[in-house]
Design a protein around this ligand. Structure first.
Ligand code: PLP
Length: 394
């Protein structure tokens, strides 16, 4: 069985982590892997998470199965968190899934049952895992224009033109906020326009929201997904708690589906749960229970929201200081987009050769498409990084 197998292509980020670890320079900077780091370079357990975890250990009385939808209290809290009062609850259902990735896969499986082999349009560029994930479920993938590497902004007119051409048989995947890898996001007015177009074409919308609260705040970041939910008859949302609760390894996500009415929502949900049954039966409970406890406890929730604000402000500070450092060194506004972008990433739009040069000559590690993890930089390394970036881009 195995003799004919060839090695799977190595994951680029995993390879980068190994290269970084092997680099002996003290001055090296890791802007690769998509994990938040605080000012000391750590990825801490949030205090609200640690407290909820303690409570779970003390209070949980059984480890019996939870059911295919996972932790129901978690699902309800996540629907409230992401969708707010944009939609009546009889039309929306949620299933806990192993991470945002698991939620995306459940929804992809569901969509392939509803419309076998349909095409999912992905932003150019997008989170690389979107492609194999959608294809593994049987769907086809194509791209829509999104990012202008020259200006660091969204190519909004081209995006709209592409959306206009999609049909009611197509699916479009939109990043809810904090676009990965580019960091360039839609304004509220642009979300309104996108909603208007997809409402007209009938194209099915899947929103991937993996960084809620990392951009401009929990409410502000939910503007787009809520606008769509309040307007469209049907849609799906894949939410992740990996980043905003710092629960990466616990694998916590939620797949939400919205139906035109309660009956359609129930039938669709039964198909979503069948996909869970065929994939892994039931999701692990631990991380979801932590999120449920936090979101349902006023004190813990306040503590979590405050910590999330610190995380967000830390990244915005780095963005502003870095843009200023680049302005001074390059005598231009070419890197001002860094301060306008939101979320953990920005795509610098420099060539792969320059990315290599940053690594070789300056010990700066980032993904080959020039995506940098803003949180990986830390305030103390801004000048060092800006000096290097100016040298390679001059
Ligand atoms: N979607 C996007 C855009 C992401 O960047 C990520 C993680 O990096 C995910 C989904 C999935 O995250 P996880 O499966 O770790 O919750």
């Amino acid at each position: 069985m195995f003799e004919t197998l060839k090695p799977a292509p190595q994951d680029k980020i995993i390879a980068l982590i190994a290269e970084y670890a092997a680099d002996e320079r003290d001055s090296k900077i890791d802007l690769g892997v998509g994990v938040y780091k605080d000012a000391t370079g750590n990825t801490p357990i949030m205090t609200a998470v640690a407290k909820a975890e303690d409570r779970r250990v003390k209070e949980q009385t059984t480890k019996t199965y939870v059911g295919m939808a996972g932790n129901v209290g978690f699902n309800n809290a996540m629907i409230d968190l992401v969708l707010g009062d944009s939609i009546s609850r009889d039309r929306v259902r949620g299933a806990q899934a192993p991470g945002g990735t698991g939620a995306l896969r459940l929804i992809a499986d569901l969509l392939d049952v509803a419309k076998p082999g349909a095409t999912v349009y992905l932003s150019d560029p997008t989170w690389p895992n979107h492609v194999p994930l959608m294809q593994a479920a049987g769907l086809k993938t194509a791209t829509y224009p999104y990012f202008d590497a020259e200006t660091g902004k969204v190519k909004f007119d081209e995006l709209c033109a592409a959306l206009e051409k999609m049909t009611a048989d197509d699916i479009v995947l939109l990043h809810g906020c904090c676009h990965n890898p580019t960091g360039a996001n839609l304004t509220n007015e642009q979300w309104d326009k996108v909603t208007e177009i997809v409402a007209k074409t009938g194209t099915f919308v899947l929103v991937d929201i993996a960084y809620l609260g990392f951009g401009d705040g929990l409410e502000a970041d939910a503007y787009g997904v809520r606008k769509l939910a309040s307007t469209l008859p049907e849609m799906a949302v894949a939410a992740s708690c990996s980043k905003n609760f710092g629960l990466y390894r616990e694998r916590v996500g939620c797949a939400m589906i919205i139906g035109a009415n309660e009956e359609v929502a129930n039938i669709t949900f039964s198909q979503l749960l069948s996909a869970a049954r065929a994939n892994y039966s039931m999701p692990p409970d631990h991380g979801a229970e932590i999120v449920r406890i936090i979101l349902n406890d006023d004190t813990l929730r306040k503590e979590w929201e405050e910590e999330l604000s610190q995380v967000r402000n830390h990244m915005v500070t780095i963005r502003e200081k870095l843009a200023e450092a680049m302005r001074q060194r390059s005598n231009s506004a070419d890197f001002d987009f860094l301060a306008e972008h939101r979320g953990m990433f920005s795509l610098l739009g420099i060539s792969q050769d320059k990315v290599e040069q940053l690594k070789k000559d300056f010990g700066v590690y980032m993904v080959g498409n020039s995506r940098m993890n803003i949180a990986g930089l830390g305030v103390d390394k801004i000048d060092q990084f800006a000096d290097a970036l100016v040298k390679v881009t001059r």
